[in-house]
Design a protein around this ligand. Structure first.
Ligand code: DOR
Ligand code: ZN
Length: 458
C-alpha cells in the first residue's frame, strides 16, 4: 500500500494539488455546521478553522449541507471494453461523481469479458489516469461468462488491478458443482464471490415479475423462486465450504427470509438492494415501456417493503445501483425485445434519501452506512467508507437535502439515457464530491484533474 491506502499500481493517486477548505457543512447531517480542511488528500482539520491557516486553499461554501463519506457502489456496468457507445470509464466516472460516488465496482460482462488480468488492469489504470472516480474491475467467475471453467482468481487478485470481487453478473453460476469449486477457490484467495441469483430453467423467456400484472399484460413471468432457490443453495454451500458470498440485487421478500436464516446461522453472506427495487413496482409495466425491463424484474409492493425493512434491519447490507446503460436502439423497442437494465448512479442518493430520510424511517448516518461504509467493508476497500475524522482520506460527498430537481435522461452525465425515473422530482441533490482531496464535482459540475495531477509514474 502506498500513501492514502492506495493499491500500488504504478499510477500515483489523483492527490490534491492544493488544500481545500470546505466551510459550513454538517457531518452526517448532525449538529452545527463546521469547516473541514483537506490537505494532501486527507482530512487535516475539522471545526472552526483559522482562515489564515488555509490561505492557499480552494474554498467551498457547503451552505449548511450534509457531509457524508464518499459513496461506494459495488455494482455498476461501465461497458468498457466493448460497448463504449453506451458508457465508458470516463462517462461512467462522471456519472459516479455526479451521484456522489468516489469508488465503484464495474462488472465483468464486458466485451471481451473481464476474465484476464490485462483487461482488469486496463480498466483500473484508465480510471486512475482520468482521476474522477476509482473504478475497480470485478473479475468474472467463469471464463467468457460461459459457466464452464473457473477463471484465475489468483492472477487477477495479484494483478495491478487487485481484483477483490468476482461475479458472472448478468448470468448466474448455475452449475452447483462449479459454484462449489468457486466458493472453495475464493476462500483460499480471500476474495468475494457475488452471485446473480437466477435459476435459468425457471426464467426461460421471462421478461417481467410473475404475478397479476404480468398476467394482465400478457408478459412471460419470472417467478420469485428462480432467485430464492439459488440464494438458499449458495448460502448452504457457503455454510459448508466457507468463503464470502454476496447476493447481487436482492429483489424478493423470500430472498430476505433466506438471508435472515443464513445470517442467523452465522453464514458469511451479504446482500445488496437496488434503488429501483426499493422505489418501483411492476405496476409501472402497464406502459410497456422497455425502460422498465430489468433483471431481476421489478416486483410487487410487498417485496419492496420487505427489502426496505431488511435494509433498515441490516439483513440486506447495502444499496448498489446495478447501473446498466443501454442505447435507445436496445430500449425503445417492444418490451420483450428491450435489453434488461437501467441507469442508477445519478439518482440513487436522491432515492435513498426519499425512501429513508424524508419518510422519517432513518437518518443520514444510515445513508452513510448503506451507501458508503458497508459496501467498502464488504469489498474490503481501503480508504473509502471511512469515518469523517482527522487523518482519514478525504473521500467526501456534500448533499443538499432540499434542492428539488427533476430527472431528465438526456441531461445525465451517463452516455445513455435509460433512466426509469424520467420526469420524477427528488429533493436531495449531490452538490460536491471529493476524491482524495480533489474536487471531482463542484456545484454540480464535473472537474477532472488536469493530467499532470494524476500523472502515470514513468
Ligand atoms: O438488468 C440487468 N442488466 N441485469 C443484469 O444482471 C445485467 C445488466 C446489464 O448488464 O445490462
Ligand atoms: Zn448487474
Amino acid at each position: 500500500m502506498t500513501e492514502n491506502n492506495y493499491p500500488a499500481t504504478g499510477v500515483t493517486s489523483p492527490a490534491a494539488i492544493q488544500a481545500v477548505l470546505l466551510n459550513n457543512v454538517r457531518p452526517y447531517g448532525e449538529g452545527d455546521p463546521v469547516s473541514v480542511l483537506i490537505r494532501d488528500g486527507k482530512i487535516a482539520e475539522i471545526g472552526d478553522i483559522d482562515t489564515a491557516a488555509a490561505k492557499d486553499a480552494q474554498v467551498i461554501d457547503g451552505k449548511g449541507n450534509v457531509l457524508l463519506p464518499g459513496l461506494v457502489d459495488m455494482h455498476v456496468h461501465l461497458r468498457e471494453p466493448g460497448r463504449e457507445d453506451t458508457e465508458t470509464i470516463e462517462t461512467g466516472s462522471n456519472a459516479a461523481a455526479k451521484g456522489g460516488f468516489t469508488a465503484v465496482f464495474t462488472m465483468a460482462n464486458t466485451m471481451p469479458v473481464m476474465d484476464q488480468p490485462i483487461i482488469a488492469e486496463s480498466v483500473w489504470l484508465k480510471s486512475q489516469h482520468y482521476g474522477v472516480c476509482d473504478v475497480h474491475p470485478v473479475g468474472s467467475i467463469t471464463q467468457g461468462l460461459e459457466g464452464k471453467q473457473l477463471t484465475e482468481f489468483g492472477m487477477m487478485a495479484n494483478s495491478q488491478a487487485k481484483v477483490r470481487m468476482f461475479s458472472d453478473d448478468g448470468k448466474c453460476v448455475g452449475d452447483p458443482q462449479l459454484m462449489r469449486r468457486a466458493i472453495e477457490y475464493s476462500q483460499g484467495m480471500d476474495v468475494l464471490l457475488a452471485q446473480h441469483a437466477e435459476d435459468v430453467r425457471l426464467t426461460e423467456g421471462a421478461v417481467a415479475h410473475e404475478g397479476a400484472e404480468a398476467a394482465k399484460l400478457g408478459l412471460r413471468g419470472w417467478p420469485r423462486v428462480a432467485e430464492e432457490a439459488i440464494v438458499a443453495r449458495d448460502a448452504i454451500m457457503n455454510r459448508d465450504y466457507g468463503g464470502r458470498l454476496h447476493i447481487c440485487h436482492a429483489s424478493t421478500e423470500g430472498t430476505v427470509d433466506q438471508l435472515r436464516l443464513a445470517k442467523s446461522r452465522g453464514v458469511a453472506v451479504t446482500a445488496e438492494v437496488t434503488p429501483h427495487h426499493l422505489l418501483l413496482t411492476d405496476e409501472v409495466l402497464s406502459s410497456y415501456d422497455g425502460v422498465y425491463r430489468v433483471n431481476p424484474p421489478l416486483r410487487e409492493r410487498r417485496d419492496a417493503e420487505a427489502l426496505k425493512n431488511a435494509l433498515l434491519e441490516g439483513v440486506v447490507d447495502c444499496v448498489a445501483t446495478d447501473h446498466a446503460p443501454h442505447g435507445s436502439e436496445e430500449k425503445c423497442v417492444e418490451f420483450e425485445h428491450a435489453r434488461p437494465g437501467m441507469l442508477g448512479l445519478e439518482t440513487s442518493l436522491a432515492i435513498v434519501a426519499k425512501v429513508f430520510v424524508e419518510s422519517g424511517l432513518a437518518d443520514w448516518r444510515f445513508v452513510a452506512k448503506v451507501m458508503s461504509e458497508k459496501p467498502a467493508e464488504i469489498t474490503r476497500l481501503p480508504g473509502h467508507g471511512r469515518p469523517i475524522a482527522v487523518g482519514e482520506p478525504a473521500n467526501l460527498t456534500v448533499v443538499d437535502p432540499d434542492a428539488p430537481w427533476t430527472v431528465h435522461g438526456e441531461e445525465l452525465e451517463s452516455k445513455s439515457e435509460n433512466t426509469p425515473f424520467e420526469d420524477m422530482t427528488f429533493n436531495a441533490q449531490v452538490t460536491h464530491t471529493i476524491l482524495r482531496g480533489h474536487v471531482t464535482l463542484s456545484d454540480g459540475e464535473i472537474s477532472a484533474p488536469a493530467h499532470g495531477d494524476s500523472a502515470i509514474a514513468q
